[in-house]
Ligand binder design. Sequence first.
Ligand code: PMP
Length: 299
Amino acid sequence: MAAPGLPYDDRDGWIWMDGKMWPWREAKVHVMSHGLHYGGSVFEGERMYDGQIFKVKEHSERLVNSGNLLDMPLPYTADELNQHSYEVLEANKISNGYVRPLAWRGPEAMGIPAQACKTHVAIACWEWPKYFFPKSGDNAGLALKTSKWRRCDPRTMPVQAKCAGIYGVGTLAKHEADRAGFDDALMLDVHGRVAESSGANLFVVKDGMIKTPVPECFLNGITRQTVIKLARDLGYTVEETVIMPDDLKNVQEIFLTGTAAEIAPVSKIDDAVNLPIGPVTERLKSAYADLVRLKAKAA
Ligand code: PMP
């Protein structure tokens, strides 16, 4: 396992890129790549548990769809991407960790139009046990700060594309929260409704019912969809609805979901909301942990 904190180009291992496996340190792109200048890149974040990538089909399909939404068709099918992802796991001898497929526009043309650019694809994987490290301690819930930055109008960007260009605002929001001593940002959408955090979807529990915002202005996460189904299978009522910032003052539990974050309890929003980690969050956390491992066992 690479030492935590090592720069991502100063590691050993293998990265699959454009049809072949490269030594990690040699998997490079040219500085004149269109994707770097104009945000033309899409990516995925996947977790593998005991050698199986959870929801690999959904992730590969989303990557292909993200490319299409950016008018940047990928030169590989979702099935081919699945296969190459497993080749990367095999080459790196990793069975629990994170997989990062990435597609970007190459350096064949400069300027806004990108029709002449080739779409390049790479897949890397590494061990990444935990995404969040709450400032109040490993077992604490997260503290979120409402960001001044908002999720954009779906008429401004194709919000269901997991596109690098959209992440600039997430990074700004995360920095803002971090500087103020919080763990992450609570992001509202363009209409002022609760949307999500900088990199995970949000759920609340109110009077035994689970609610989550409608994914109109933000990514409809694969974990979000999994948790909605899981909660319904466990007998909870789950409602996709409008949640306003003030509504958060009247809920009993809040948690985030995402591939990297899995299910992460939230204990604090600004100075307005303080919550313990509640029983519904704990139950879903444990059911989700069972689900990802069960899927790995059955494969
Ligand atoms: N929103 C954003 C902005 C994200 O980056 C992620 C992580 N990909 C999510 C939501 C959750 O998506 P998923 O459950 O598919 O990982």
